[in-house]
Design a protein around this ligand. Structure first.
Ligand code: FES
Length: 94
């Protein structure tokens, strides 16, 4: 379950899901997707959505926060890969 303290984009990343995004501040609309459920936006953030888009369930997950149980429909979502470190890199200091 996503916290209302973090954006849905960050919550998805923490769940190893990559959502499309670019500006990450609610202006470019690269992350535009549909949601079923309530979302909020932080004070001072004016997401680039028309009122009729909001009414139709469109959100900007880079700035939107979950305000309850939520389902997102994001055709461009992909699982995040966890890559092993390149050979020879151990993280140990010499
Ligand atoms: S990434 Fe630009 S509006 Fe969300």
């Amino acid at each position: 379950m996503a916290s209302s303290e973090v954006s849905l984009l960050k919550a998805a990343a923490a769940a190893m899901i990559r959502l499309p995004a670019a500006c990450r501040n609610g202006t470019c609309r690269a992350c535009l997707c549909q949601a079923e459920g309530p979302v909020t936006y932080p004070a001072g953030v004016r997401p680039g959505l028309m009122p009729e888009e909001r009414d139709a369930g469109w959100i900007l997950p880079c700035v939107a926060r979950a305000a309850g149980a939520l389902t997102l429909q994001v055709p461009g979502a992909t699982p995040r890969e966890v890559r092993p470190p390149p050979d020879g890199l151990t993280g140990a200091r010499r």
